[in-house]
Design a protein around this ligand. Structure first.
Ligand code: ZN
Ligand code: ZN
Length: 332
């Protein structure tokens, strides 16, 4: 059976020469992949954004890996031991995506008002005037939108129906938003949840909230990040593991299978990363990291309770559609 009429899955150009190392590619991309795999390390993306597709070696190699290319036909893509370049590539491209998210969060605004299922495939951000003073709720909204934008850009969503993507993102973004806030705060040397301008989360002006309770919501996750000295790389891999947990109702069978596969993939990536950095104590490091999910969940519950008290006290809330379901309100 000839596959020559098809396009290359890496550079999108015809003609392909059929299956090469596990993906349908052209001859040039086949040679490129082989050459790259034999190199000892991976170059940086030339544009520094990690999304220039074919233009730089980093982005082209990333495309190869996402297309499913692997050197030995007997090697599963999640055998990171055999493919030394793959894990650094995955991590580096997540860092590029996350840098972009942070830039958007700090410097841009989003004027749209949609539910996740109604959002366009690519969101239109506008640059924020330098002197604009953001309110607590505006920061909260921008944090949510930029995290959703980040999650929707995961490469494994490319092959899924947009309804499935919306269901997955919708069921995870609140928790992942809390996790990203904690990481950002921790990375900028804060010991509690804060927005980039230093405003503390949750709000301080709620009658009936003891300072102890507020501090718990604010610090319990970060305290653990500090204790474990969690790195950004670990956080990003964890984000993928948590995002791909297949406990989402209403998903198509294809999507269920796909995210279960992705969860296995990122779980092995994280485990391998722990082995590389912690040798024999890799497995216990791995467990410590996975258990962070419980603290994200606890923080979520604290923030929800905090929100309910604000509502009880008739404090105003932000009228954006994303906050219309009870589950998402805690970030308001
Ligand atoms: Zn090609
Ligand atoms: Zn690039």
């Amino acid at each position: 059976m000839s596959k020559t009429s098809e396009r290359c899955e890496v550079c999108s150009k015809p003609p392909s020469t059929g299956y090469n190392y596990g993906a349908i590619t052209c001859n040039a991309c086949k040679m490129f992949f082989r050459r790259s795999m034999l190199k000892p390390f991976l170059p940086d993306c030339k544009s520094g954004r990690g999304n220039c597709k074919r233009k730089c070696a980093f982005c082209r190699f990333k495309q190869c890996i996402h297309a499913g290319m692997m050197l030995s036909p007997y090697t599963k893509t999640h055998n990171f031991q055999d493919n030394k370049l793959v894990l650094p590539l995955i991590i580096k491209s997540l860092v590029y995506m996350d840098d972009h998210r942070i830039r958007l969060f700090n410097n841009f605004l989003y004027e749209g008002d949609q539910l996740v299922s109604e959002m366009p495939d690519s969101l239109n951000f506008i640059r924020k005037p330098e002197d604009l003073k953001m309110s607590y709720r505006e920061w909260g909204f921008m944090n949510i939108i930029t995290v959703i934008d980040f999650l929707k850009k995961m490469h494994f969503f490319n092959d899924l129906h947009r309804d499935d993507v919306a269901l997955i993102v919708n069921s995870k973004f609140v928790q992942l938003n809390i996790f990203s806030l904690a990481q950002d705060s921790f990375q900028s040397n804060n010991s509690c949840l804060v927005f980039p301008d230093g405003t503390e989360i949750p709000k301080t002006d709620v009658p009936g909230i003891s300072e102890m309770f507020r501090r718990r919501a604010q610090c319990r996750l970060i305290d653990r990040l500090i204790q474990l000295k969690v790195t950004r790389e670990e956080c990003l891999l964890l984000t993928c593991v948590f995002l791909c947990h297949p406990d989402v109702t209403g998903l198509s069978e294809t999507a269920k299978t796909e995210i279960a596969t992705q969860q296995k993939y990122y779980t092995s990536a994280l485990l391998h990363h722990c082995f590389l950095n912690y040798q024999n104590s890799g497995p216990s490091r791995f467990t410590d990291l996975l258990l962070l999910y419980q603290l994200i969940q606890n923080t979520y519950e604290d923030l929800s309770a905090h929100y309910q008290l604000r509502k009880f006290n008739n404090l105003e809330v932000y009228e954006k559609k994303i906050f219309t379901t009870e589950d998402n309100l805690c970030l308001n």
